[in-house]
Design a protein around this ligand. Structure first.
Ligand code: FES
Length: 155
């Protein structure tokens, strides 16, 4: 086996992910393999960078769908270069800033609620009397509306 060809186990160990995670990434088209004569998945070494980019993006809260969309803009399914990565991350900048702003507001609001317990109908940001918002989505609907004026698609 050439040095530049990696088995799924070797990639998993090197990247610190489960084999099943790599299978999942592959099923989503985020990474690609070829097969050996024994039907074993084989990856080129550039898969390491690709998985690293996926992991970094996921840590920033970027969805796999968004990562997949970004990867699909790369020609020939190639691995992002430094220049590509800068382009991808600048595309995600606005999304990240929005998320950071959301989390800061959430932190500030919930800090007030923790230990309060009043669930004031007038003032509490998490109070949802009689589950009135149950038709508008799951979890955190009121909070999301307060921050963005729209329903949540991620909570
Ligand atoms: S529980 Fe008192 S303000 Fe939310």
């Amino acid at each position: 086996m050439a040095d530049s060809v990696w088995t799924v186990g070797k990639v998993a160990k090197r990247c610190g992910v489960k084999v099943s995670t790599l299978h999942f990434y592959e099923s989503k088209g985020l990474i690609h393999s070829t097969r050996s004569s024994g039907n074993q998945r084989l990856y080129k070494s550039d898969v390491l960078r690709r998985v690293s980019v996926i992991k970094a993006a996921q840590k920033m809260g970027i969805s796999l769908a968004s990562i997949s969309e970004a990867f699909s803009t790369l020609p020939d399914r190639r691995t992002p270069t430094q220049k590509d990565w800068q382009k991808l991350s600048s595309k995600w900048q606005a999304e990240l800033n929005e998320r950071i702003g959301y989390l800061e507001k959430l932190r500030d609001l919930l800090t007030g609620c923790i230990g309060c317990g009043c669930l004031s109908m007038k003032n509490c940001p998490i109070y949802n009397a009689d589950d009135k918002l149950n038709t508008e989505g799951s979890g955190g609907v009121l909070l999301e509306k307060q921050f963005t004026g729209r329903k949540s698609d991620r909570l």
